[in-house]
Structure formats: C-alpha cells, structure tokens
Design a protein around this ligand. Sequence first.
Ligand code: ARG
Ligand code: ZN
Length: 881
Amino acid sequence: MRTDTGEIIHLEDYQATDFVLERVDLTFELDPLETKVEARLIFHRREGVAADRPLVLDGDELKMTGLLLDQEPIAADDYTETAETLTIRGLPDSTPFEITVTTELSPQTNTKLMGLYRTNDVYCTQCEAEGFRRITFFPDRPDVLAVYTVNIIADKATVPLLLSNGNFLGGAGMGDGRHFAAWFDPHPKPSYLFALVAGDLGVIEDSFTTMSGREVVLKIYVEHGKEPRAAYAMDALKRSMRWDEEVFGREYDLDIFMIVAVSDFNMGAMENKGLNVFNDKYVLADPETATDQDYANIEAIIAHEYFHNWTGNRITCRDWFQLCLKEGLTVYRDHQFSADQRSRAVKRIAEVRHLKAEQFPEDGGPLAHPVRPTRYREINNFYTTTVYEKGSEVTGMIATLLGPDLFKAGMDLYFERHDGQAVTIEDFVRCFEAASGRDLTQFALWYHQAGTPLVSASGTYDASRQTFTLALEQTVPPTPGQSTKQPMHIPLRFALISEDGTILTASGVSGAEVTGDVLHLVERSQSVTFEGIASRPVVSLNRGFSAPINLHFEKSSTDRARIARFETDLFARWQALNDMALDALVAATASVRAGTPVICDQALIDALMATVSDDTLEPAFRAQALALPSESDIAREIGRDNDPDAIFAARRAIMTAIATAGRETFAGLFETTRSTEAFSPDAASAGRRALRNSALAYLVLAENTPARAVEAFSAADNMTDLSQALTILVHRFPDTPEAAAALESFQTRFADNALVLDKWFTVQATIPGAATLERVEALMGHPLFNGLNPNRVRALVGTFAFSNATGFNRADGKGYRFLARQILDIDPRNPQLAARLLTSMRSWRSLEAGRAEHARAALGEIAAGAKLSPDVSDIVERTLK
Ligand code: ARG
Ligand code: ZN
C-alpha cells in the first residue's frame, strides 16, 4: 500500500503480504547529516504464495547504500528501486532468508518531523503512520508484526543517552569516543511503533509495582533543568497504570516504561512501545507556567498514550482504515479515566463542547468521512476528530447499549481473542455481539455512515388517557461519497420530568424498546407512548449526550428552565441552559443583521443566575454554565449565510445583558472565591479558579473599564489566573496602554519559556476584530516567532485561523489570503502541519456570499500552488469539491 503518488487507497483492496517478516535487527550510527542505518530483515514466503512473486518494500526519500541477500550482494537485475519502492526478485521459495538494507539519513535537515529527525539537538523518531519507510526500505504497514533488536552507536560526549523500545540489553564505550547501546523488544510490533531517541537529556525516575507484583522502572526525559516540571506527568502516569489494572484488568508488560518530551512535534504524543514520545506541551507543568487546562491535558494524554499499550500496541490495526480501532477506543478509555479522576459531569460537558466545536463541523462539511473510512489518499489526514472523538462516542454507545457488565465482558473477550494480532473493527464489534448475544449489525452503521444524524422530536400529552407520546424522526445528511443513508440505531437516554420536578416512571411503554433510561430509536420514524403519566411532562432527551446527534426539539424557555432546574443528570441541566443560550444567541444574531435591538430572554438570565448562585453545585459546573456557546457554535446552528461580525456583536450584546443583570453576583463571586491556599492543580481547585475567572470576564464587561482585569493580572499567583486576566484585558481593550503593558510584562517575564510564549502569541492572535490580521502579520516577523516549530506556528497562525472568527473571516478576504500564503510557505518543509492548518477552511460554504467567494479564491490559490504535498493537495481538493 502506497500513498505518496496521490493515488487513492481502497479498503476493499486489502491483501495480506506475500512474505512474513520474522525478525528485525537495526543498527544506527548516528550523525546529524550522515546517519548510517543497517536493517537486517528475516523473511519467509507465506504459504501458498507463488515462487515468482517478488518482495516489495516501501521507501520514502531514501538513499540506499547497500543491499544484500543472505550477506551476498544482489545482482542489479534482481532488484528495482523507485522513489517509493524496492522490489526484489528471485527469492527463496520455502526457506527463510535475510535481506540487509543500508541507508544514509540526514536527521538534521528532516523538517517533516517524520522518520528520524533532530529537535533541539536530540535525535528522535516519529513513525506513525508511514514514517518508518523514511528510515529504511520496509514492509511499512501495521499488519506486519516482528520482534526488533536495535543497536545505537553515537558520540559519547554529545549523545550520552541512547534509547529504543523494549528492555535494555547492554551498552559500552567503543574506545574511539563513541559508545553503543542495545535494546530488545520481545513483543512483536508493527514498524509504526518503533522509536529511537538519543541525545543529552535530564530525567526523573520512579517505579510502579504491577498487580502481579512486577516492578517497572518509570523514566521521564526532559531538557536539562526542566526535571521538576515533569513531576505531574509522572504522577499522572502512575495513576493511569493503576487505573488500567483496576478498571480494564490490563497490566504493563515490560521492565521499563519511558517518556521523552521534545519541543518539535507534529501531533500531541506517540505511543511507541515502551518509549512514548511527547510534545513537551503535554509533559511540562508547574503552577507558574501551566494553566489548569494544561494540567488536565497532560493527565489525559499521558493516560491516552499509556492505554495504547493494550489498545493499539498489543492489539493493533490490520490496516490504516481501522485507525479508530485503536484511537476511538483509547480516547474512550482516557475519557473514562479523566472522569474518574475528576468530576464526571464536568468532564462530559467539556467532551461534548469539544465534539461539537471540532467534530460536528468536520462531519457537516466537505471533509466528512466515516469513523471507519473505506478510501484515503493521505493517511495523515485521517487523524481526525471523527476517527478519535466520534470513534470514542461510538465505543461509549456500545457501553450504553450493553450496560457496564456486558461491555466489560466484551472488552475482556477482545483482549483474550486478539492479543498479539492486527485486527479490524468487525473483529472488535463481534466481541460485543458474542458477549451480549445482541445483533449489532445496524448499530455498526455508526462506523460506516458519515454525517451527524439529526433527530427531530415532538411530544403530545393526552390528559384523559394519561399518556404521553413522543414522535421521533431521524435523518442522516448526505456526505461526500454517501448520498443516501440507512436509519441508525440511536440510543437516547431520557427522563420525563413533571411540573413539580419529579422524574416520572411510566407504567408502560409501547413503540420502542426501552431499557432503563435508554430509548432505542431504530426506525426512520417512531412514535413512543408512555402510559400512566399524570400530568404534562417535559422530556429531557439525549441525557449525558448518549448519542452524538443534532437534536431538534422545540421547547419553551420555561420548559428548558424546568430541565435546567430539576434534572438529576447534571449534564442534561447544562445542556438545557446551553440550548436556551443558543436560542437567544441565534435570535440576537438575526436582530443584529436586521438592525433591530438585541433583547435578551429574561428566562435565560434567571436560569443562569440561579445556577451560578447555587452553592450546592460544584464551581466547575457553574463556570461551564456561564460559558456561552462559542461563535462557531452559533454559526453552526444557523448553518448558512453566516456573518461572523453579526454573530460576534450578538454574542457580545447577550453577554453584556447577562453581565449587567448579574453584576452584583459576579462581583461577590469574584471577591469570595479568592484562594488563600497554596496552588493545587486538582479538579476542585481548578473549578474554583474557572468560576472566579468567568465572573471576572462578566464583571469587566459590566464595568466597561480595564481596571479589574489589570488588578487581577498583577495579583495572579498562577498561570491560570494570569493568562485569564491577560486574555480578558487584551481581548476587551486591545488598544489600551494597559493591554500593551501587560503583554510587555508577560513577554519579559517568560522570555525563556517557549510554551508560555506560545500563550503570548495566542492571546494576541485571538483578539476579536479585523485589525488582528495586521497584528498577526507583524508577529510573524517578531524575533521570537519560529516557523520551524509546530507549536509556535499553531499558537500564532493556527489559533488565528481556528479561533478568531471575526479576524480570520475579515469581510475583505485578507484573512484567507494570509492563510493561503502561510500554507504554501509551510507545505514544502512540513506538509502535515500545513494540511492540518488548512482544515480551518472547512466551513467556508456556510459563510455569506461575499466571504465565501473570497474563501474560494484563497483555496484556489493554494490548489494552484506548484508541487503541493499529497497532504495539502488532498485537503484542498476535498475542501473545494
Ligand atoms: N497515535 C498517536 C496518538 O494517538 C498519534 C500519532 C499520529 N501521528 C501522525 N503523524 N499522524 O496519540
Ligand atoms: Zn492515540
């Protein structure tokens, strides 16, 4: 399977390899510009494969310096080398044979950050999905599992640390100033899980005793001097290891587990066997430099990569179409972990916010694809929120359908049946069918049909019969390549709430299967009748966001307020408030466009203030209630002909109305939630800070002067409060001397901390309004900007394009043209980064005509670029289609 030529790869073309790879022996002689790699690969021909079939290996930008068969040179007419393959003919029929390939690499100039590269003088690898072929010619696909031995040789003084997967075999000096280390990984693995790290790094060390009593050494490597900032990551790792034993019964399987933090990384982190490599943003934290969000991210990503050891590494994907097999499942596992470590309801709210902000626009736009796609041009473009987050939701729905015990039985069966294998989504689903006896054929459409289902609901109460009837209808919108859809199996958790706030239990239900509080919607339209209902109920539907759908259910704000007040499911209370706010914001946007005054629904203000003042609710939940739907949430709800300036003005007006009405409450909250204790990153403390900072944001709006934010900025004793105060100040009063002074002091104070400087760039890139483009352009020329560092590029260009609706969508189209220039500039050095940034254009068709035309033109400029990478050309073509 090859992807680089731009051809489309189809799932139905899958075939097992002709040759089985038994063993891999790698030797690296590290050098910044001339690294030598010797790969000895032991193969045998698979039974039944014809004797004249050649061996075809993958390669990408390789310089091959030698090729042997069983230690003898291979004659020139027995092999063919192209830019992407090495084909070897005349191989033994029935006996194993050894191919030795030697290649020469230049890690220092490898700016794609795939394969072997250098970051801050450290050698490091990223092989998922197809980076191993940039190291040597290899059957670089996830269903080729082999046992690896790795020898690393390097200069001892400058490269004292030599790491690879598995257990350390030994090492020694070589007498010539160099030294070597040997590693052996006993677990067969695909090449994408290979890793090598070498350099001069600091370390913190700990240990973990597994449930069967084995001692595992834990090490986290960071730049010298940053060791104390890895302590939280180490704590999160130990909690993850314990949790996976307790909840999933999974034990770690090597003598050592290592994490390395690097500053140049295309993604979040990578689960290489026994040697995870992390973007340092997801390892390093202390109160002075990391926000509560940073702490939560570190905890979640440390857990995610660790959990991959079983869901991804021990059981891996047969092919890359099955990516959600490991990613959706592992996200589900890290969500459960975080929910157990923190507040489950608040965690769920944050997940759903993220899903709606990122995955719903993807699913509703030109880049929509099934959780388990059937075709791709460039696999790197499928590390999406659909595969990850929707994949997690689908796993969660299996748990909802089966209940906790059968879900666990299905997971246990999966581990038992498939340990050591490379499998498919069908294999995964079959385990739950076997464990439960349930037929999941219709349910599995969640993997195969793209698009967010729309469920429309309406209720009728019949007082004389004491029945309540819920009419439900589902449609799945057409998506690229899928014009018609089958009805899905949608598990809807629900509650019927009476006038006085009690949750009603029906004496009988007809028209749908109902198990506990789950209603199974399986037809296109279904009418469900509940008997024995004494008064007109309000329905809380899709409790806990049990299915990732859009729900249209007309309700008065009094009914929504009833849910917000009485639901026992906290998530549903938040959802009701959020729906009320969204209604108000959509109406306000229409008023702004019509030039009529914005009037804020009093019921919304009352419900919000009641929630915010309710001390029995945890502060983090109250902060979530105060965070109104974002500008892009509003745009998505409106759906078409969007004017981001009108949306912004409407949202500002509604917030101001809430701020004015709640001024006393916000002032009181801000004063009373001031912490007197030493900083702690735990969820409860983080929740108090979140509530206090949302109160501050409203207060500053009500007071309409920068004073309070300036004061909070100077008083802050942790990064959460500091960056919040800075953001409130700079976003609300960007052109004041106060804002300039705060930015200046922040920059000076954190001049030597790259991760904090990223925040400094982001605050400025996300200032609302058209003028921000000029600011961003100026910042591109700032001495601290570095176009080679992905975190820095994302902090400035990425947040501008993704998170600044008014700035990026300037009416004159200059925001889009700016992005087009950046894409064309970044693409030749780092295609993955460029392609990811370009997905910020995915909702262009829902803009009003003027902006849409500018967006189309900018996309056209990119499409016309000379020598586009497959990554960027794939995204731009699909976006324009
Ligand atoms: N498997 C990694 C994770 O889930 C993501 C790595 C993807 N990297 C890439 N270059 N596509 O955490
Ligand atoms: Zn993952």
